[in-house]
Design a protein. Structure first.
Length: 278
């Protein structure tokens, strides 16, 4: 019989985590959704901070791990919606809280530097002379795909991977994206925040030379018990034969053959979804 290991998470109590000092801001990624995918440094920040400024994609269960006396401020943004918190207000809040000598945790879904606008916030903090630390998180475009049985890279499928956002800060299609070049260059394309623009994106990729029968996979609520995965083709998305209204958001969109082994790699079963940690 294998001897049971002792210590567990309690062994981390004396670990030499970096100090979270008063007046600092930590920009941390909360991962794609499942609380169990939070990094140790982000958990340390949760337990050490005075205030959390979180975005709309952070799982509320993660916030429950912070001590009850920690102030919680919701600063969510939703692709151009009028009720979204303005980015300028968020950065001003971070600077103001740090100026009061508080330890400020800016917690974002996924990774703060991958479509999280963390770079803008870090730049504003730097200009204001506020010390900050970046704590990377597991991006949804990596962890979310893995939970859907989709490898981000596979030597049998792709040697390149493109991450594209489906809208700009106003909720419109990005004006600086060269969709013809994207269609040619990306063997596998992972689209963030593109559900509302999926038909237009599909049409542009087809115009750029992508195959009409190419697989498109929608991964909704990635890594959560409510995760759903739907597959169709690029042509059906572009011409409206695929009903986008049946796809819950938030959703990742994967274009390409990355999902070809899903029948074998779809490990996140109904039983596994019952785990609250992922």
């Amino acid at each position: 019989m294998t001897e049971r290991r002792t210590g567990g998470f309690a062994a981390l109590d004396g670990a030499p985590f970096p100090p979270f000092r008063p007046g600092e801001v930590w920009l941390a990624g909360a991962g794609p959704g499942a609380p169990g995918l939070l990094t140790l440094l982000a958990y340390h920040a949760l337990r050490s901070c005075d205030v959390i400024v979180s975005d709309a994609l952070v799982n509320p269960a993660i916030l429950d791990w912070a001590p009850p006396e920690v102030e919680r401020i919701s600063a969510g943004k939703r692709g151009g919606r009028p009720d979204s918190t303005r980015q300028s207000d968020i950065t001003e809040t971070l600077i103001s809280l740090a100026g009061k000598g508080l330890r400020v945790l800016r917690l974002k879904g996924g990774d703060p530097f991958l479509y999280g606008r963390g770079a803008e916030e870090a730049y504003a903090l730097a200009r204001a002379g506020v010390p900050f630390r970046v704590v990377p998180g597991i991006p949804a475009g990596i962890g979310g795909l893995a939970y859907a049985g989709i490898p981000a890279t596979n030597k049998e499928v792709n040697s390149s991977l493109l991450f594209i956002t489906g809208h700009d800060r106003f909720g419109d299609m990005p004006t600086d994206a060269d969709w013809r070049a994207i269609a040619r260059a990306g063997e596998v394309i992972v689209l963030y925040m593109a559900l509302r623009k999926a038909r237009e994106v599909a049409a542009r990729l087809l115009a750029g030379g992508r195959s009409a029968c190419e697989t498109v996979t929608f991964v909704s609520n990635a890594t959560l018990p409510t995760q759903e995965v739907r597959e169709t083709t690029l042509a059906k998305v572009a011409d409206g034969r695929f009903d986008l209204s049946r796809v819950p958001g938030p959703a990742l969109i994967v274009v390409g053959r990355a999902a070809m082994w899903r029948d074998h790699l779809d490990w996140f079963s109904k039983v596994m979804k019952e785990s609250p940690l992922g």
